[in-house]
Design a protein around this ligand. Sequence first.
Ligand SMILES: *Cc1c(COP(=O)(O)O)cnc(C)c1O
Length: 473
Amino acid sequence: MKLMSSKQEILRQIPKVDRILVLPNVLTLLDQHPRPEVLAAARQVLAALRHSVNNGELTVLPDLNDIACLIASELSGRTLPSLQSVINGSGVVVHTNLGRSPLADVAEQAIHTVSVGYSNLEFDLATGERGSRYSHVEGLLRELTGCEAALVVNNNAAAVILALSSLANDREVIVSRGELVEIGGSFRIPEIMCQSGARLVEVGCTNRTHGRDYKGAITDATALLLKVHASNFAIVGFTAETSLAELSVMGREAGIPVMLDAGSGCLVDLSPYGIKGEPTIRKYLALGADVVTFSGDKLLGGPQAGIIVGKENLIEAMKRHPLLRALRMDKLSLAALEATLRLYRDERLALAAIPTLRMLTMSSEKISQRADRMIRYLRKRLPKSISFTRHPGESSAGGGSFPLLQLPTTLIEIRIDGATPLQMESTLRLTTPPVVGRIQRDRFLLDVRTLLDRDLAPLFASLQKAATLLAEK
Ligand SMILES: *Cc1c(COP(=O)(O)O)cnc(C)c1O
């Protein structure tokens, strides 16, 4: 009872907003920010105080000056956008949690051009009539993959749903048990299949599926033979997989289309760079796939998109499906996708200008030189209490591609006097811009492969800020 009454007492002492707004420090804030913003921040701070008193966390109220400080800090938090640019020192190139692929400069410019004014998004400039948003990239995709027709939607998950809904609704789709994958973010092949109204027919075993398994499952109700890229895992040991070529022959004989969800999808051969085992989309089509779907923001290095390429009649069915309207791509992504695809007309240009490809194919010598340059830049500008050491290490591709691949890289270990790696990690996550690194063997490390040139100056500022914050602790 005594506790209750003291809680009530403290709650009564929390000042009213009116009293807060005339504090000298808050008057200064009112000079610098719109009144509604200051008011909202003050209410937020007072509500938080009330909450802390109520649940017993707070037994002594901060004084008025401290409350003014809390309001100033709340205000600065409100002016910072929630979605912000981050420095990726993790060494995972296509990092799904960090926005997957950074865009090429031309893609950034294309977004700008199309977003600040009107565009011919659905207007045919030649005839003056209504046009199709899909026409802007279909020709390019024909050129780059050799497909008959193409369609783009919001992401690859949407591409798979649209393809299955258009081609297999109420009918059967045969898939190997070794390919019933979950990609993450709750994309699971069996559930996607269910959503699209197709009936899943599983064949073979987790580690081995043979051509005869598919053949034995074909009935009059079979609409598709589906292959799914294993993406984020690998089955090793006693395994057997029916090749796309074999499946295509079988499909052609039975008059059933073969679809491949290629996942990441790549338009250039990366094997000269030590990244082996991922055929290009052109190759998949040449091997006989009738429909191939893949992502725009994984290995392709473009914006979020789902790209569908294949036979004209099958793509036509998708273009007519009512779901397409709900899955359609917006003009900003479309502009970025077109600009990115254009780069692929010259493979050398694509490898140099698309950050994802550039980072994946960067030689370890080049990375080592960049590490030296970055360390020199940072050392010159930062106090001696922040030190840098180089270590050899490994980066990964990410984005559900090449799960076993380890690319040799250079890691920069950063040390700040008096701070543990764990403290550094959590402090650097909260600077502007935030810096995401990794902790390995009690070292805080940044992988040079995924650091962009443009990250260098902001990295310096964030390190300086982190050192100040850690010194105050
Ligand atoms: C990543 C992936 C998807 C989902 O693609 P999003 O573009 O993320 O929607 C689907 N299938 C496979 C095999 C994948 O690797």
